[in-house]
Design a protein around this ligand. Structure first.
Ligand code: NFE
Length: 479
């Protein structure tokens, strides 16, 4: 018999995501036959920014999320540089890449050890305390030595993340919210001492990535071979590309799309956001973000999320490290739960290795910044990649103030609800068809959703007062 299961909130993600699935017996097995992702909070940054100094965008938008603030600093700075008509000084460009790289390392290590790995480990005999409890315990979870090692690395990874933050703060001024991103480059200078301090921490982090993180991901992949075919989803991948290199337009991870197996380029003019199933007025939908509107309507009939539905030429795309690694030709595997986790680990190694080279390209004493002036009227687009995937900021400046600001986060691509033509979002599609072994412990749902590393803090914001607060534990509700 069909049954609707709701996991609310979905835990070990950043922010509050509700997942509702309909489960029924199909071809002799219990499967997810329909799925709905709901972002349960409203992110009001587009409204908060209106009327402010354009340069404030870099500082305000970093507060969208404490996990990926540097990506918002980068996207807003690129949008401002586009609007101001300024090109960053070489030192400034490299310093920004180094701070963003530090944030990628921190975020990817967080995802594997602190948000996803616990879906695969039975910790009953190791640690039966919070934050490992309450949780689902299923027969397929790893036990014994591998489980003990992963739990040990969970603790070690906390210190590694702190060191990644400390490293980023050397040039960022502070972290998580960096102070050095400015149109034209960076506000921090390059000294031999700072380069040496950064290099020492990076050396330690690279050792952890290569000798602990990548092998641990390999162990999980080996223990869960079925998951190389689970959670496939739409199969379309999109990346804007990230980490600008010296040659104009060149990036460490080149952007692009893969659609039905075919490669393609990305043109931001072809992005449209839909809101038929989102809590926004109809006027907020069917728009390119350059002319985007964000007007909430919490009483909207048929809506189930505060996340809009971004689509590229009307098509659903998955964003994230797997998309980035595949479209840039750095990953040859498929699209699945395991591929997402593996590509994320390999990307961490690739970025950390590149950072070691960038450190040698810094020139102490040289300019870090090209001066520029805020124009009276202008507009700009900043496309980059956050740890979780494609991130875009769109700014319109009138009378030297922000007249319009729009943000599309990677999680909006992944966690989006159904669009105007009824297409499910990327995670919803990845869930549909998934076999559920035990309706009382639908661990498969957690593994599929967590593989995308969704961050609702990025996608949406703000809580309705008066509602009971939901703490971080899986609440399985049968409806
Ligand atoms: Ni809150 Fe973020 C990243 C952005 S996810 S973590 O990575 O932008 O949508």
């Amino acid at each position: 018999m069909a049954e609707t299961l709701k996991i609310s909130p979905m835990t070990r993600i950043e922010g509050h995501l509700d997942i509702e699935v309909s489960v029924d017996k199909v071809k002799g097995r219990q499967r997810v036959v329909d799925a709905w992702c709901s972002g349960t909070m409203f992110r009001g940054f587009e409204k908060i920014l209106i009327g402010r100094d354009p340069r404030d965008a870099t500082h305000y938008t970093q507060r969208i999320c404490g996990v990926c603030p540097i990506s918002h600093a980068m996207a807003s700075t690129l949008a401002l540089e586009d609007a101001f008509g300024v090109v960053p000084a070489a030192n400034g460009r490299i310093l920004r890449n180094l701070v963003l790289g530090a944030n990628f390392i921190q975020s990817h290590v967080l995802h594997f050890y602190h948000l996803a790995a616990l879906d695969y480990i039975n910790t009953t005999d190791i640690l039966d305390i919070s934050p490992w409890t309450p949780r689902f315990v299923t027969d397929d979870m790893v036990t014994g030595e591998i489980a003990a090692a992963l739990v040990g690395h969970y603790v070690e990874a906390l210190a590694i993340r702190r060191k990644a933050h400390q490293m980023g703060a050397i040039f960022g001024g502070r972290l998580p919210m960096a102070a050095n991103f400015v149109p034209g480059g960076s506000s921090e200078i390059v000294t031999a001492e700072k380069v040496a301090a950064f290099t020492a921490l990076l050396t330690e982090l690279r050792a952890f990535i290569s000798t602990v993180y990548v092998p641990d991901v390999g162990a999980v992949a080996e223990a869960f071979p079925d998951y190389a075919d689970i959670g496939v989803g739409c199969g379309n991948l999109l990346s804007y590309g990230v980490f600008d290199l010296a040659a104009e337009g060149a990036k460490l991870l080149a952007g692009g799309r893969i659609t039905g197996g075919d490669p393609g380029t990305v043109n931001a003019a072809k992005i449209t956001e839909y809101v038929k199933r989102s809590w926004y007025t109809p006027e907020s939908g069917n728009l390119n973000p350059s002319v985007g509107v964000t007007e909430p309507d919490v009483a909207k009939e048929g809506a189930y999320s505060f996340v809009k539905s971004p689509r590229y030429e009307g098509t659903v795309y998955e964003a994230g490290p797997l998309a980035r690694m595949k479209v840039s030709g750095n990953y040859s595997g498929g699209v699945s739960v395991i591929d997402r986790i593996a590509a994320r680990a390999l990307e961490t190694e690739l970025v950390a290795n590149a950072m070691a080279v960038w450190l040698t390209e810094l020139v102490p004493g040289e300019d870090v910044y090209t001066p520029s002036k805020t124009p009276r009227n202008s507009e700009g687009i900043g496309l980059t990649e956050a740890p979780r995937g494609a991130l875009g900021h769109w700014i319109q400046i009138a009378d030297s103030k922000i007249a319009r600001y729009q943000v599309i986060t990677p999680t909006a691509w992944n966690v989006s609800p159904m669009d105007d033509t009824g297409q499910h979002g990327a995670i919803e599609q990845a869930l549909i068809g998934t076999v559920i072994d035990d309706r009382d412990q639908p661990i498969e749902i957690l593994r599929v959703v967590h593989s995308f590393d969704p961050c609702l803090a990025c996608a949406v914001h703000m809580v309705r007062p008066g509602k009971e607060s939901k703490e971080s534990k899986e609440v399985l509700i049968r409806v």
